[in-house]
Design a binder for this molecule. Structure first.
Ligand code: R5P
Length: 354
């Protein structure tokens, strides 16, 4: 597989001019993001202009539609409009975090389905295909009439977790049955089931009831968590109500350690307060997130939050795209690597016993 691409034919864009995931991916690909002029009119409207021609080029935009969600979404759409009007050949939007994804159905009468509307708007703006990471539900892809892929960043984060576990515990003796993958709600069961099957791990499920959009009630855990290293997996950590509630319960049921793996660190509302308490009380030992969303300054001081970079992954995905090879073989690499690491732990144990 080629490890680079023709820079005369391919351009990478972000929604900011520097220090973001897009520029880090471009750096991995030994190029730079294309420059944009972005400003605001005094009434708040965006102004955007491409600063180089995109005529007949293949475009990759790397941008999460995270907070401020409406601002980012509008900026993304007018960028796509500018690219389309300047005759770009093909526009691929890599949207690691897709805002509005949680509003994918009508839970109550007189509600909109905002995720579908946003999908329609993106389509109208002129995107040709989109790539997401751990989009809230797989079915969301059906809202788009152009090709989409939903790739898992969870397995990348799991690799970092196991590396840290090994590096911090030199004489570690573990087997797969010492780990349990936990879903903090019923909605996430498919997410952990997929990973658990591939990695031969047991699962547990926390029984969560949502009281309103920002409050949850957590009562039971289904499955065996006592004396296990519990890895609680979710797509999003927002107000941290779900995670902290689930981890507190798991710890009270005798978990040996509790590690959270959340791809998208939305982190709003009471998240800081809740996580600070959870780390202090040791309901959560560590929280791993990706850099799909730039983490807020105040959270950087919470030493138990680990940020796993995704630039290498997205660079590989762009190269796979350029080489017409499967994205899924890139993803499989991370799964194989995790399984190898767990198997090595077992081998170490056997060696010690002999
Ligand atoms: C819900 O279905 C999602 O997967 C997350 O569990 C949820 O968005 C997390 O929100 P919060 O951190 O506010 O509980």
């Amino acid at each position: 597989m080629k490890t680079t691409f023709d820079k005369d034919k391919v351009l990478i864009f972000g929604l900011e001019n520097e220090d973001n995931l897009a520029s880090k991916v471009a750096e991995k690909l030994k190029t730079k993001i294309s420059p944009l002029q972005i400003k605001k009119f005094s009434d708040g409207e965006w102004y955007l202009r491409l600063l180089e021609t995109v005529r007949n080029k293949q475009i990759y935009i790397i941008a999460s539609t995270c907070a401020p969600v409406n601002e980012k979404l509008m900026l993304l759409m007018i960028l796509v409009d500018a690219l389309r009007r300047d005759n770009a050949k093909c526009i691929t939007a890599i949207i690691p975090y897709f805002g509005y994804a949680r509003q994918d159905r009508r839970n109550n009468a007189r509600e909109p389905i905002a995720a579908k509307l946003v999908a329609d708007l993106l389509q109208t703006s002129g995107i040709d295909k989109a790539i997401f990471t751990d989009i809230h539900t797989d079915q969301l892809q059906g809202f788009f009439n152009f090709p989409t892929d939903n790739l898992s960043a969870t397995t990348i984060i799991l690799n970092q977790y196991i590396d840290d576990l090994i590096n911090n515990n030199k004489n570690l003796k573990l087997k797969t049955s010492d780990f349990v993958l936990v879903s903090p709600d019923y909605g996430g069961v498919k997410r952990i089931r997929n990973i658990a099957d591939k990695m031969n791990l047991n699962i547990a499920i926390v029984d969560k009831k949502r009281l309103d959009s920002n409050e949850v009630e957590i009562e039971n855990v289904l499955g065996d968590v006592a004396n296990k290293h519990c890895i609680v997996v979710d797509d999003i950590i927002d107000t941290a109500g779900t995670m902290v509630g689930a981890c507190k319960l798991i710890k009270s049921k005798g978990a040996k350690s509790v590690t959270c793996i959340c791809t998208h660190p939305v982190l709003t509302g009471k998240a800081h307060e809740r996580l600070s308490e959870a780390f202090k009380e040791e309901w959560i030992n560590d929280l791993y997130v990706s850099n799909s969303i730039k983490i807020k300054e105040e959270f950087l001081s919470l030493k138990k939050i680990h940020i796993v970079p995704l630039e290498d992954f997205f660079a590989k995905i762009i190269l796979a795209d350029q080489n017409y090879t499967s994205y899924y073989s890139v993803c499989q690499g991370y799964i194989d690597s995790f399984i190898d690491k767990i198997n090595n732990l077992k081998k170490c144990k056997k060696k010690k016993l002999n």
